[in-house]
Design a protein around this ligand. Sequence first.
Ligand code: SAM
Length: 621
Amino acid sequence: MGNLLSQTQPTPPLHAPDTPDASSAGKRKRTPSPTSPASNASDIKPLSGIDATPDGDVHRFIVRCPSIFWCTRKDIARALAKIPRMPPYGGLHKITRWDHFFITFPNKACAEQGVRCLNAYKYRGKPWEASAAAEHSSKRRRIDNTVRESRTSGSGPMDDGVCKTAAMVTAKWRDVAYEEQLKRKTRKWTNALSLVTKEMRKELRGKRLLPWLDDVISKREGKGHPACCSLVQIVGAESERGRMYYRNKNEFTVGVSPDACGMGHDYHKSTLTIGYALGLVRDGQVFIGRVDEDCVTTSKTAREIAQCLAPAIEKLGLQPYDKRAHEGYWRQVTCREGTRTGQVLVSVVVNPSALEENGAPGDGTRISDEDCQKTVIGALRQHFGMDKELGIFWQPSSDRSAVGGDIPAIHLHGISSLHEEMCGLKFRIQPTAFFQVNTFMAERLYNLIGDLAEVDKETVVFDVCCGTGTIGLSLARRAHSVVGIEMNESAVADAQHNAKLNGIDNATFIAGKVENRIYDAIQQLDGNRECVVILDPPRAGLPMNVVSAVRAMGAVRRIVYVACEPNNFWRNALGFCRPRSKAFRLEPFRPVKAYGLDLFPHTDHGELVVLLERDLVKEEK
Ligand SMILES: C[S@@+](CC[C@H](N)C(=O)[O-])C[C@H]1O[C@@H](n2cnc3c(N)ncnc32)[C@H](O)[C@@H]1O
């Protein structure tokens, strides 16, 4: 954890000058001299009440003021952004019709400065009064206990006097033994399966309509709801390749490092950083943690890219983007790579409107988009050399809420797509198409899906939310035919291209939202053959009309459901497994067995894979 901040630095006093005028969008902000009042801490005295924060080390305060009764959280955040020298804060909780709000600071120094600022502020003529938050709800207490516990074990999201680091955000379980990580995930997967039983029982309101459910409940051991089916195996990332530095897609934000957080550090020292947003905010500015070796999920190549680009682009003197003020130029950098092919794509998101205020046109001082592009290409080429298969894309967007994947990418330099090898096939991936981020574990996922699907030459495979066609194509040689549906058009173009690239001619891919195109897609399936459906939806799960349409397909005997958010699986499971009705026709399915697969080591995410089979046992009346 190389960039942890020291607690021993002085706290800047309130009378220090404000942050330089933010209206100079796109220009470097002034760095004050070390002798400026901001660095003189001699007159700082600890504020009473700070040490009295009930838990002693979670710096949470309640701020009261009658004139904020109708304010939303957003209004308060806006007001906080206007307070000169307001330090970064980690949490803000306000509900309309509260005459108070809660605010949490990342460390004691921030808390001291923050309380000073809050108490000196007036909202609509009424002063704010900040005091240590005295009453914690039981939920809040649980969270605080977790923070304190993890702090003692050295892996907490905050540390005394120390801001969060990038590793704490991206790989929060990096200090937890891998066996323990799997144990925790197993609990999560088991709970997700129990949730299906619980919600199904609620749905049936005590009626015993599903024999498989009665069976599950009768075998219950101990209290609580039993899992709806057994979790037969946990597939962990045993090999180093699937467990360490595994991400083939890394999305970085360009911003200011917490060295500039001001608490015990120089407020104005804005070190341009390419890394991960830390969840600390000041003046609407999100602080960014540097990528280092502790970020054990980030690939080494992506880390090198972040580290070599930051100093190169900083020299141009353009500010990172500040969403709140809608100023600044550099926004995001996304690195994608073929783990097995070594190819790399880098996409840079910028805010072109920031350049308009950057010097007068034609006076020789104005920095253009082209200058920035040349700098990026030059820095990456210098770092990787000319032999590296490298592609660079530019994504200009002045839209405040735009994120990388949604912005059209302009190809600037080098290769225009990359290739990855998996399951003995080659896949082309364009910069904005979805591809599983852990190549080695994704291969194991696809092998597992293949085993559960039991596909043969008589079976049709229906791959719903197919991305670049990876699952369907990995099964195509064993199947009669494959139909895939996916809403990302460039992913569908990749899927079609990938079929040709691998000499597969029995796969069709449809572009569109599955909820709108499900019936068109079903038409493409050979209705006389048995159909296996692979469902790999986004975190929220599938829309219910899709569940209903799949269930109403008589040719479907088995479904392999891949849940990347296991806690949401129950909603779709209910649609597949509930007794038949007008909306949910034909016999219900039942969960047969489940697998947990750790696609994201060192994080709390993982895939739950569940096999559902048509339940041909007669429903009880
Ligand atoms: C978890 S990914 C799975 C992709 C693919 N199965 C794979 O393993 O690479 C989910 C995919 O669903 C797509 N998607 C999300 N919502 C969708 C919708 N409403 N209709 C169709 N596809 C959707 C996303 O673009 C993404 O490619």
